[in-house]
Ligand binder design. Structure first.
Ligand SMILES: [Zn+2]
Length: 448
């Protein structure tokens, strides 16, 4: 957006992520579409949509969806159900997708970003579709379908249009991936399509409180960088249209990373087009408050909470706390280093900085931390020779030992060892011996 424009971005994100349950959403087939040895090997009558096949909901996938909702501060619908969303596409053999319409498992949550909170409208659970492969076989262009992905559990997280910049959209999406990974419910492999981003964008005059009368949806974005670029492009494109007195078309667009441009795909259907209705094969679901509260107690500490705690407890700078706290597996090992630093009255923030800059290489198990920390401590103790601080001490030692200085002058260079010992007695750190010796020799030369 150029500086003279008073138009502001209005943006909400829809994030799809495949859950990493052992089996698919409504059948017992293996849920492993990206590592399958061949196409269509993890299929059965249910996920192929054959007549008469009956779906059974995956309990674990439901539990994980609700736990994600709890982690994002959502309210949980104690009564919920699955609905059929009707549309035709070759990768959807049933002619409908099992999804959730008016009673999603989770609603009204929030995710904090540095530019302010982004409210979460809803999180629902659905099934993924098959995957179309466009190939040339024997010189003919063909479209093939792989149903290994058909009916893989897929969550959709819908935000309110609270996002005000392309950078904030990127931060929100990245934080969402951190949370999904921290909960250990999704791998979020973006290149493979395990996590997909969609941005609903429009612009409004600053000060206007109502939403714009149009919305452009940019679909199937598979990287955080492309998300940021696509939104920036839309801001420019829509600004130009609005400033010429027209309204951008309500439509779905794709993103071309090579050109850094979005392009029109189709005009948008409204929700009624899908003719949603409750799936008669799947009974409605009821949860109790006790069950929800039990799941809440099972949530792990999330990266944002951990960063906050580390800042307070170990006085670690926010930038290090934020970058280090995201790895759920390494977190206990990192914390063991901070505890060790605190115990030996070492500057914990320096240790955090050393880890963040790979000057301190983390061990793989918590049992190895004491040894690793001790050698780190020794390494910093022997390298940190501050010549300006040591110089006066050397001067003092030389002044106190004129006979030794005389011996050195007379060629008995081995006495330097005695002088080094005297200097070291005065220091609180253990200096690098070679550097210290060089400094003492230099001082001896000067005093000659
Ligand atoms: Zn199946």
């Amino acid at each position: 957006m150029n500086n003279t424009s008073s138009l502001k971005l209005v943006c909400g994100l829809e994030i799809h992520a495949e859950l990493k349950t052992a089996s698919k959403m409504f059948c017992g087939c293996k849920n492993d579409p990206f590592h399958a040895p061949q196409p269509n090997c993890y299929t059965c009558p249910v996920c192929l949509g054959l007549p008469g096949a009956l779906p059974v909901a995956n309990k674990r996938a439901i539990e994980w969806t609700i736990k994600l909702g709890l982690a994002l501060g959502c309210k949980i619908n104690l009564y919920s159900k699955f609905d059929r969303k009707h549309y035709f596409y070759p990768d959807l053999p049933k002619g409908y997708q099992i999804s959730q319409y008016d009673l999603p498992f989770c609603y009204d949550g929030v995710l904090e970003t540095t530019e302010g909170p982004v409210k979460i409208t809803r999180i629902h659970l659905e099934e993924d579709t098959g995957k179309l492969l466009h190939k040339t076989v024997n010189g003919n262009k063909v479209s093939l379908i792989d149903f290994n992905r058909s009916s893989v559990p897929l969550i959709e997280i819908v935000s309110e249009p609270d996002i005000r910049s392309a950078a904030q959209a990127k931060e929100y999406a990245k934080k969402m991936r951190e949370i999904l990974r921290a909960l250990d419910i999704a791998d979020c492999d973006m290149e493979q399509g395990g996590m997909r981003l969609e941005a609903n964008t429009s612009l409004k005059e600053s000060g206007v409180t109502t939403l714009p009368n149009y919305k452009v949806e940019v679909k199937n974005i598979n990287s955080f960088r492309f998300l940021e670029q696509a939104i920036s492009y839309e801001i420019q494109r829509q600004t130009a249209i609005l400033e010429s007195g027209k309204t951008p078309t309500q439509e779905t667009r794709g993103y071309n990373p090579e050109k850094s441009e979005t392009f029109p795909q189709r005009s948008k259907e409204s929700a009624e087009d899908y003719r949603y209705f409750p799936d008669p094969d799947l009974p409605p679901l009821r949860f109790t408050n006790d069950q929800i509260e039990q799941w809440r107690t099972e949530l792990p500490e999330l990266p944002s909470a951990r960063a906050k705690r580390w800042i307070e407890l170990y006085k670690i700078e926010a930038r290090f706390a934020e970058s280090l706290s995201t790895n759920q597996e390494k977190a206990p090992i990192l914390e063991a280093y901070f505890k060790a630093a605190q115990k030996s009255s070492l500057d914990t923030n320096k240790v955090a900085s050393a880890i963040d800059n790979n000057r301190l290489v983390l061990v793989t198990s918590i049992d190895l931390v004491p040894e690793s920390f001790a050698s780190y401590q020794a390494s910093i103790a022997t390298t940190a020779v501050d010549s300006t601080a040591i110089e006066p001490i050397i001067q003092k030692v030389l002044a106190d030992n004129p006979d030794i200085v005389a011996k050195y002058a007379a060629g008995q260079h081995q006495v330097i060892g005695f002088l080094m010992g005297q200097v070291m007695k005065e220091l609180t750190i253990k200096p690098n011996p070679t550097e210290l010796q060089t400094l003492i020799r230099a001082t001896l030369q000067q005093t000659k």
